[in-house]
Design a protein around this ligand. Structure first.
Ligand SMILES: C[S@@+](CC[C@H](N)C(=O)[O-])C[C@H]1O[C@@H](n2cnc3c(N)ncnc32)[C@H](O)[C@@H]1O
Length: 317
């Protein structure tokens, strides 16, 4: 087993600073990256198994179906960097076809990353696993890597949709710099579709998505001395067709004050904290975004129902 863990996790002061500035904004907002403490990661994994949540099983289906074709584009023996690796479930489908020499799962959720990355190292003893706990939106910090080995990136789960389009461009551009000219990126992107299906995917009957959203407040209470009453906030999620994104919010059910590290924040009844955007793209829209970020669109695979896309992008030389 070849396994190392590199801890570049952002300090708690960053959480405090970002929460204070996000709640000072009008409308109030918090970054979705803060969903993922240990509980949040477990709840997300539960979401991926919900009948309403089509993205995970659909993307997995594409990866299973197209593994060999994907390997032709990404090549073998590369250094493979996965952004937001989570449970590393999807890479397992590809490892036998891709046969990378080094696998670098990058995730902000430390406990979850340790668990899933060490399991990969145990199950693939010839693979060098270099787990990196970091915020990839703050610039990728990578361990020392051989300079003469091709690099490829895997960015599944449509996590790119959590960024505003301009932010997505700058993140993809940064990753492209790390990959170098000619580097390949395999990226999963949720497609535009009808509002009913999108609304259902983020409002499941078992209310796991609601628990995932509300866990953000529990986490803030625990980590930075705040007194959110989670019974006084409700999960709201809907497809905003004009913006082409699903929005998640936490809505205050009454007028209330919340104290965070000595600061007081007033919430009106019905006021929300905007906690996540999940932009949906047509293939053409995503190709255009990739082009601005410095990539050529090389291939796209789509499931038979047209729900989800997996793109191979190549960093322009
Ligand atoms: C939507 S989940 C996707 C998980 C998995 N890749 C999948 O496709 O099912 C997003 C993952 O990215 C991680 N993540 C979110 N924001 C991050 C950030 N800024 N830096 C590093 N990891 C992040 C989360 O911890 C979580 O594991």
């Amino acid at each position: 087993m070849q396994y190392a863990y590199h801890d570049y996790h952002p300090p708690t002061e960053n959480l405090l600073g970002e929460v204070l500035s996000g709640l000072t904004c009008q409308p109030k907002r918090l970054s979705p990256k803060f969903f993922y403490d240990a509980v949040g990661s477990r709840l997300f994994d539960a979401i991926t198994r919900l009948p309403e949540y089509y993205p995970t099983r659909t993307e997995l289906g594409i990866l299973r179906e197209q593994g060999d074709a994907i390997a032709e584009h990404l090549g073998h023996d590369s250094i493979l960097i996965e952004l937001g690796s989570g449970s590393s479930q999807k890479i397992r489908v590809l490892l036998d076809s891709l046969r990378p020499t080094v696998y670098i799962p990058v995730d902000i959720s430390s406990e979850h990353l340790r668990h899933s990355a060490s399991n990969i190292a145990r199950d693939y003893p010839d693979l060098q696993v270099e787990a990196v706990c970091a915020d990839y939106s703050a610039g990728l910090q990578l361990p020392d890597l051989p300079v003469d080995t091709a690099r490829a990136a895997f960015f599944p789960g449509s996590s790119i949709g959590n960024f505003e389009p301009a932010g997505a461009v700058s993140l993809l551009r940064d990753i492209g710099r790390d990959l170098g000219p000619g580097g390949a990126m395999l990226i999963g992107v949720d497609l535009k579709k009808d509002k009913q299906q999108l609304d259902a995917a983020y409002n499941d009957n078992q209310q796991i998505t609601a628990a995932f959203n509300l866990n953000l407040l529990t986490r803030i209470n625990r980590e930075i001395d705040a007194d959110f009453d989670t019974n006084r906030f409700e999960h709201r999620a809907f497809y905003n067709e004009a913006e082409g994104r699903v929005e998640m919010h936490l809505m205050s059910t009454c007028t209330q004050n919340v104290r965070i590290d000595g600061h007081r924040f007033r919430f009106e009844a019905g006021e929300t904290i905007h906690t996540e955007n999940s932009y949906k793209y047509s293939v053409e829209e995503f190709h255009a975004l990739g082009a601005v970020a410095g990539y050529e669109a090389e291939q796209v695979w789509i499931d038979p129902d047209g729900l989800f896309s997996v793109h191979c992008l190549r960093v322009c030389r």
